[in-house]
Design a protein around this ligand. Structure first.
Ligand SMILES: C[S@@+](CC[C@H](N)C(=O)[O-])C[C@H]1O[C@@H](n2cnc3c(N)ncnc32)[C@H](O)[C@@H]1O
Length: 334
């Protein structure tokens, strides 16, 4: 069996919501094995600190594939978004821009065996040049290089799209829990306004919710325990609207010259029991029904907010996103 046929077989259970979890896990492991084999050598380069955030090393990016709920929800979401874009736009081929593809482009490249080059062309961006070379080697082995429109070794947070190459769909997974450190938001803020009108993004929505919870109980069972939680509201969200698809985003710039994007504002309860902490809990909708719930993936592990001193009975918190070399959501007491 050739590599493209093997890939198509592995994709079957990964895209099938009815497939048993063990079969899906085996298929994702098979996908990684195939990519490692087809890529040949991988880069030994380290992390790169960009103005827009941290670009993790090729080795760490390759390891992202092992986060199975993440990989599966993204592949299903990208496939669903491609199908939606095919319905929405008459133009062929559609253009998909994949920002931060890593050494395997695992959230898009496997789908080229389902969506041929006449239907879909892909622009790859990764700041690590070796990653692009690795993806091209894999595409070559799969016989799908015709699907590749462009490969750019650039910071996707500053990348300019030519007017006649506006993408119909943007895909990026350049994030950590609570949107810390990596440049997902900076990339979305740059690319979303460059989409075709009516274009789509995967993930469709990343919501980071603020909640109070009990420090001792919250992390015990590795799942949200509703009775312990006091939901406060949304601290920040990344979707087409909030990233400026239609309207300008009202950013401010602080004394350090760093851009701030406004987030949600929440009230704190009048009584806050001892042992209570403020957490930021992440939920991801990759596309349509395909979601990553809290605790299911490393990307949706709740994070203890580092400044607990802001949590005062009867107080109020205003959240905002700081775009910087180490981006993060921060709270201020207005
Ligand atoms: C978390 S890894 C994900 C890799 C792959 N997309 C996946 O989902 O398995 C993020 C990738 O994005 C790249 N990256 C991060 N920030 C970037 C930026 N601002 N511009 C271009 N590439 C970036 C990193 O080099 C890394 O390969």
């Amino acid at each position: 069996m050739g590599p493209a046929e093997l890939l198509a077989r592995l994709l079957g259970p990964i895209l099938n919501p009815q497939a048993p979890a063990e079969t899906v896990a085996r298929a994702v492991a098979g996908l990684k094995g195939l990519f490692v084999e087809l890529a040949g050598e991988t880069s030994a380069g380290g992390n790169r600190a960009l103005e827009s955030g941290l670009a993790i090393s090729s080795r760490d990016a390759a390891a992202c594939l092992d986060d199975i709920p993440r990989t599966v929800a993204f592949l299903r979401g990208v496939d669903a978004a491609i199908q939606e874009a095919l319905l929405r736009f008459d133009q062929r081929p559609l253009r998909l821009l994949y920002a931060g593809c890593g050494p395997f482009a695992p959230l898009v490249l496997p789908l080229t065996v389902r969506h041929p080059a006449e239907r879909l062309r892909i622009t790859l961006i990764d700041v690590h040049r070796d990653n692009l070379a690795s993806v091209v080697r894999i595409a070559h082995a799969l016989g799908t290089t015709a699907a590749l429109l462009r490969a750019a070794a650039e910071d996707a947070a500053g990348y300019r799209v030519a007017d006649d190459e506006r993408p119909h769909l943007i895909v990026s997974e350049t994030m950590q829990r609570a949107l810390i450190s990596e440049p997902q938001v900076a990339i979305a803020r740059n690319l979303v306004p460059q989409l075709m009108p009516g274009g789509l993004m995967v993930p469709e929505r990343i919501a980071v919710n603020a909640a109070l919870t009990d420090y001792r109980g919250e992390f015990r069972d590795h799942r949200p325990f509703v009775p312990l939680r006091t939901p406060l509201g949304e601290a920040f969200c990344v979707d087409l609207e909030s990233m400026g698809a239609e309207k300008r985003v009202l950013e401010t710039v602080d004394k350090r010259g760093e851009r701030l994007i406004p987030g949600g504002e929440v009230n704190l309860p009048q009584e806050i029991p001892e042992g209570t902490i403020l957490i930021l809990a992440t939920e991801i909708t990759t596309f349509g029904p395909h979601r990553i719930a809290e605790y299911r993936s490393g990307l949706t592990e709740p994070m203890i907010y580092p400044e607990q001193g802001l949590v005062r009975p009867g107080g109020r918190l205003r959240f905002r996103y700081r775009l910087s070399r180490l981006p993060e959501i921060e709270a201020v007491a207005p």
